[in-house]
Each structure stands twice: as structure tokens, then as C-alpha cells.
Design a protein around this ligand. Structure first.
Ligand code: SF4
Length: 150
């Protein structure tokens, strides 16, 4: 199934990039999974991203710094249903989503026709536990969705 999920994700990302989908920075949202959080961190970052102290013990802090720098909103979600609810907000026109293959595949389909660039997480500690992601890949996806035409 993971092969099929990766195929859907790859085709989706190619299509979004190929059609040069873009939106104003204020209309782009980055959705991050709560499993990126350090397991012993007590901050309720899924309740409010502002609760992250950006201490550097997990990737959430640097990812929030990146979103601030690039002028886009970020939210941290527990599960695909919460992510889709946020993604469907009318003022959000394009998304960068970080998750596992299965969540990304179902999220992409649930959000159609909104453009979503999907970034697959890394799971060095197994699923849903202190996951990781390549920050530069997220940054590249944000820039693709927000850069001016031309
Ligand atoms: S950067 Fe620090 S405060 Fe923020 S979620 Fe990670 S461990 Fe918690």
C-alpha cells in the first residue's frame, strides 16, 4: 500500500508543481503532524503553535521559524481529520502538508481541488513517535506555492 500511496503523492506533487499553483502568502498553510514533537515535551503545541518554546529539541521550532520567515501560517495537527478540517478553510488556497504516506494520500484526495504539496516524514523511531522531516524540502515547497509568477 505504501508503494501506491507514494505513487499518488508523487503524481500529485508533480501535478501541483507542473501547473504552477500559487497563492498569496496569507493564503498558504503548512500542516505539521504532532508526532514531530519531542516525546518528553509537555507544551500543548497541537492546541496552539504559540505554545512551542522553539527550544530546538525537535523540528517543530525550526519549522515554525521557517514559516515565520516565509510569511505563511503553520498549524500542528493530531491526525488526518483535523488536518482536512483546517485545510478546507475558505481563506486557505494552498497547502504544504507533512505526514506519513497514508495520511498524505487521503488528505490530498480529501482536499481536492486545493493544491497540496505533500512532504513525507521520516520515522527513525517507528510510526507516530518523534518523527522527522527535511526542513529544506518544506521550505522549497512553501517557496514554490508562494513565489511570484514569471
Ligand atoms: S521545539 Fe521544543 S518546545 Fe517546541 S515542540 Fe519541540 S521540544 Fe517542544
Amino acid at each position: 500500500m505504501r508503494v501506491f500511496d507514494r505513487l499518488v503523492i508523487g503524481l500529485n506533487n508533480l501535478s501541483v508543481k507542473g501547473r504552477r499553483a500559487r497563492a498569496a502568502r496569507a493564503q498558504v498553510m503548512v500542516l505539521l503532524p504532532a508526532c514531530l514533537q519531542a516525546a518528553d515535551c509537555k507544551q500543548d503545541v497541537a492546541g496552539d503553535v504559540a505554545n512551542c518554546r522553539r527550544c530546538g529539541r525537535c523540528k517543530i521550532g525550526p519549522l515554525l521559524d521557517l514559516c515565520d520567515r516565509l510569511g505563511v501560517a503553520a498549524d500542528i495537527v493530531k491526525g488526518g481529520r483535523a488536518a482536512v478540517q483546517l485545510a478546507r478553510q475558505e481563506n486557505i488556497k494552498a497547502l504544504v502538508a507533512v505526514a506519513c504516506e497514508k495520511e498524505l494520500r487521503s488528505g490530498i484526495i480529501a482536499c481536492l481541488p486545493k493544491p497540496v504539496i505533500a512532504v513525507v516524514n521520516k520515522r527513525p523511531n517507528g510510526p507516530c513517535n518523534e518523527t522527522d522531516v527535511a526542513i529544506e524540502e518544506v521550505g522549497e515547497a512553501i517557496k514554490r506555492l508562494t513565489k511570484a509568477p514569471g
